[in-house]
Design a protein around this ligand. Structure first.
Ligand SMILES: Nc1nc2c(ncn2[C@@H]2O[C@H](COP(=O)(O)OP(=O)(O)OP(=O)(O)O)[C@@H](O)[C@H]2O)c(=O)[nH]1
Ligand SMILES: [Zn+2]
Length: 215
């Protein structure tokens, strides 16, 4: 059964239900959405009152290997943890967890792409060799998800200029970009350099105090 929704129904996904989610850093509320057509289950984690000034926000793309299995090939797990810690520090914010694994190509294809990377391709070349775009993600779900919480503008934790452009195209104002530079290591150094060189990621040093393990 669907809970009573505060926002108008969306044509592309349903808000279903929520529960409290205690984490090491704060007690969040976890919200479940189901996308029409694909049936994919997308999540939001919220903390505090989101009305008023643009809240701190993270739009996180699923990375099972990084978020769950502690993979050091990428920076995803550390970014997820860093984003939740920052929201907890402010006592207010929202994280959307979008099920677009492997920049939208899925887990099995990401593993194929990793295998090609072991043979010398970089992260972009591997996607292209498999017949995919370098980045196959779509952010259209973000608008109805944020609308569910009355959020029209955000302070976005990201290094990805294409994510900012995608949100602004949807009509979501990015009031500020908050860099999220975490866990550069011997295994993901080349991957992060390729993201900067070929995907335009902004790998600038932070102008604010670093989190544990942050660059
Ligand atoms: N296809 C592919 N996907 C990858 C690879 N490494 C990580 N990913 C996926 O990339 C997504 C995260 O993309 P990133 O570019 O790290 O981060 P972003 O969300 O675009 O940018 P930030 O907001 O700065 O973190 C997740 O869906 C990961 O599963 C890879 O080598 N190949
Ligand atoms: Zn990852």
């Amino acid at each position: 059964m669907q809970d009573t929704a505060a926002a108008a129904p969306s044509a592309i996904l349903d808000y279903v239900t929520s529960c409290t989610l205690p984490t090491p850093w704060a007690q969040f509320t976890l919200h479940a959405f189901v996308e029409h057509g694909t049936g994919k289950e997308h999540l939001a984690m919220t903390l505090g009152d989101l009305a008023g000034a643009p809240p701190l926000a993270r739009i996180h793309s699923e990375c099972l290997t990084g978020d769950v299995m502690f993979s050091q090939r990428c920076d995803c797990g550390a970014q997820l943890e860093g984003a939740l810690k920052r929201i907890a520090d402010e006592g207010r914010g929202i994280l959307l967890y979008l099920r677009q694994e492997g920049r939208g190509i899925g887990l099995v294809n990401k593993i194929r792409a990793y295998r090609l990377q072991e043979a010398g391709a970089d992260t972009v070349e591997a996607n292209l060799q498999l017949g995919f775009h370098a980045d196959a993600r779509n952010y259209e779900l973000v608008l109805p998800m944020l609308q569910r919480f009355g959020v029209e503008a955000v302070r976005l934790m990201t290094n990805n200029p294409r994510k900012i452009a995608a949100l602004e195209k949807l009509g979501i104002r990015v009031a500020e970009r908050v860099p999220l530079l975490v866990n550069r290591n011997a295994f993901n150094n080349g991957y992060l350099d390729t993201k900067q060189a070929k995907l335009g990621h902004m790998m600038t040093p932070l102008a604010e105090p670093a989190l544990d393990g942050e660059l």
